[in-house]
Design a protein around this ligand. Structure first.
Ligand SMILES: CC(C)(COP(=O)(O)OP(=O)(O)OC[C@H]1O[C@@H](n2cnc3c(N)ncnc32)[C@H](O)[C@@H]1OP(=O)(O)O)[C@@H](O)C(=O)NCCC(=O)NCCS
Length: 255
């Protein structure tokens, strides 16, 4: 069994191309809850169906790396905003996770802390920057973004996007949190600073953020409300197949 300290985050990656639907169905379909089966059957896009099934397989198989329970034993229940968590009988294991997918790639972040959020996005997808930035970013983020040379703007845009998503996913509230109510800034020393507005009423000292290069054409933001138990180690692994896992480097770009 793997051990997860309070000061650890473990990241688990998978690429859809390495898996096929019949294999996933055979391994995972019986462990889905009724709610999950219903969702799976309602997806019409083949890509989304596979992504969903692979995500659920990844979550259950990975949780079973930490606790001696078969993957099918994990009951996952979403909160009112869609964040799935383990329904824990008797609170005997404090394991928490958050999943993100973009295109072919999935990432799962595991910690002993419920307030964990991760977001992966394709880094080169063109965007109508002024329009989208005005809509989703705070005024200071927009000003800093457009003060950059044009060639750097798309990269900053996805840094902001993934970090903002990681925070709202860590809170478990999704877009019920106004994206204008918190702002990131990026000093030259590789740090990430956050500023919460009075409306958001959160405390920057409680949080840790990372921009991590997950390899390939992706950007990734990671957030955790670690409080006094600061995270000091992030480990990464990748599923090459259902039973084949390798350890990979964690490439921290900023923290
Ligand atoms: C649903 C949301 C939480 C994340 O959406 P997303 O970035 O498109 O999707 P991701 O792949 O990163 O994450 C999806 C996974 O997060 C989890 N999730 C769902 N709701 C969640 C929530 N409220 N909090 C945390 N995690 C959540 C689920 O595991 C989901 O996977 P599943 O659909 O296979 O069950 C929400 O933030 C959203 O709708 N965002 C839309 C994108 C947007 O406009 N962002 C503005 C960015 S600046």
């Amino acid at each position: 069994m793997l051990k997860l300290e309070d000061s650890d985050i473990h990241l688990w990656y998978a690429d859809q191309a390495e898996f096929n639907v019949p294999e996933l169905e055979e391994n995972c379909i019986n462990s889905l809850t009724d709610q999950e089966t219903d969702r799976y059957q309602r997806y019409t896009s083949e890509q989304r169906r596979k992504q969903f099934l692979l995500g659920r397989m990844l979550i259950r198989k990975t949780l079973s790396q930490y606790v001696e329970l078969p993957p099918a034993a994990w009951k996952l229940v979403a909160n009112d905003y869609g964040k799935p968590n383990i329904e824990i009988a008797g609170k005997d294991h404090a394991l928490f996770f958050n999943l993100s997918h973009s295109g072919d790639r999935l990432v799962l972040a595991i910690a002993n802390n419920e307030s964990i959020g991760v977001d992966i996005e394709a880094r080169n997808k063109p965007r109508r920057l002024p329009k989208v930035a005005d809509r989703y970013f705070s005024p200071t983020e927009v000003a800093d973004l457009f003060a950059l040379p044009e060639v750097e703007q798309l990269s900053r845009f996805y840094d902001l996007w993934t970090l903002k998503e990681a925070y709202i996913k860590a809170c478990g509230l999704g877009l019920a949190i106004s994206l204008q109510h918190f702002s990131y800034s990026f000093p030259s020393d590789r740090r990430i600073l956050v500023d919460f507005s009075d409306e958001r009423n959160d405390d920057a000292a409680q949080w840790q953020f990372w921009l991590i290069d997950p390899g390939g054409p992706f950007k990734m933001g990671l957030a955790i409300k670690s409080g006094l138990n600061k995270i000091t180690k992030i480990q990464s692994r990748k599923y090459l197949a259902l039973e084949e896992i390798i350890t990979i480097d964690t490439d921290i770009v900023r923290d």
